[in-house]
Design a protein around this ligand. Structure first.
Ligand code: NAD
Length: 328
């Protein structure tokens, strides 16, 4: 049965009994995308050189160090050339700008990733604006944002394009459906809103000042939560049978919070006892599993796609750059 049929059926049958929700497995979709990219990278390498990604990691931020390590690992897994550049946390804005200019000029570097947050003395906006839009694999440069808004080819923010991949590869219908996005950040909420709009969804963007948030969310066939508030989206927000995409990655560090949110999941409480923290999304895990027709888990939902789409953007940037240098 197709996903939309299953969702519809679940919607109709909700009152009498509940079907288990479809779990949208981000790890599986990531692996598919990486396998597809690997073949393209091999061909490009055979014709000349592999696409190259430079990751700039300034300062000492343990979370950033893990993110960059995972990105470099993903590069290695598909045969991309990668370089990790680690300037000291005393670096100035001018020095960062010089570093970016150097990477912009290097032929074998197709993608530049400036891991955020930068040390506080560095003007992040100036640095991100200095990245050549053709190498802006995070899709943060205003030039790429403008291309997205006007539906022209460009580099799109990775988490947002990853969400589209999850929906499309899971055969979730988008055209004509109501999509509600909670969160209006430049890196997730806004770009995913435009991607869904371009797929002909009717899109509503909600934020911290939205009145009657749960009622608005409950209108959604596709609900995207990109908020950064642990388990804020509860059953009142979810229309029975809706597809729920949980972008949030919130670390719980107190037993009280873990027991409150994971009351019906003793395995999570045990995980907390062993590790000292557990991750939770922006959606209440038991409520979403009970009410949604399909949903992304945390972890293992949207997160893996962000890295896969970074790889996809690097390959795309390399193809565009090679194409344009050939025609020049
Ligand atoms: P952000 O802080 O930049 O934006 C959060 C948005 O949520 C804001 O627009 C704000 O208006 C809205 N918001 C805050 N409180 C609200 C409330 N009570 N009600 C309604 N709206 C509210 O965050 P972001 O960078 O978009 O990230 C959001 C979450 O997604 C975070 O948990 C982040 O860690 C996670 N994230 C995950 C990935 C991934 O790869 N899985 C990537 C990026 C971000």
């Amino acid at each position: 049965m197709r996903v939309d049929q299953q969702r519809q059926m679940k919607h109709y049958l909700m009152l009498s009994f509940s079907l288990p929700a479809l779990v949208l497995n981000g790890n599986r979709i990531r692996d598919q995308i990486l396998a597809e990219l690997r073949a393209g990278v091999e061909a490009m390498t055979a014709r000349g050189r592999p696409p190259g990604l430079a990751a700039v990691l300034a300062g000492r931020n343990p979370a950033s160090e893990i993110y960059v390590r995972n990105k470099i690992k993903a590069c290695e897994s598909i045969g991309l050339y990668s370089e990790k550049i680690t300037p000291p946390d005393t670096i100035t804005t001018e020095e960062m700008l010089a570093l970016v200019a150097e990477l912009n000029a290097r032929e074998e570097i197709d993608g530049i990733l400036v891991q955020l947050p930068l040390p506080p003395q560095v003007d992040s906006k100036r640095v991100l604006l200095a990245v050549d839009p053709a190498k802006d694999v995070d899709g943060f440069h205003p030039m790429n944002v403008g291309l997205l808004v006007t539906q022209r080819p460009g580099l799109v923010a990775c988490t947002a394009s990853g969400i589209l991949e999850i929906l499309k590869r899971s055969n979730i219908p988008i055209s004509g459906r109501r999509a509600v996005i909670i969160g209006r950040s430049d890196i997730v909420g806004k770009p995913v809103a435009f991607l869904l709009l371009h797929e002909n969804a009717t899109v509503t963007i909600c934020h911290s000042r939205t009145a009657g948030l749960a009622a608005v969310a409950r209108e959604a066939d596709i609900l995207v939560a990109a908020i950064g508030r642990p388990a804020l989206v509860t059953r009142e927000f979810i229309r029975p049978g809706a597809t729920v995409i949980d972008v949030g990655m919130n670390r719980l560090e107190t037993l009280t919070d873990v027991e409150r949110i994971f009351a019906s999941m003793p395995a999570k409480i045990e995980e907390f006892r062993q590790k000292g923290s557990v991750l939770v999304g922006d959606c209440h895990p038991a409520d979403v599993a009970e009410c949604a027709g399909a949903y992304t888990p945390v972890p293992g939902g949207v997160g893996p796609l962000t890295i896969a789409m970074l790889m996809a953007n690097t390959v795309k940037a390399a193809k565009c750059r090679t194409g344009s240098s050939r025609s020049a």
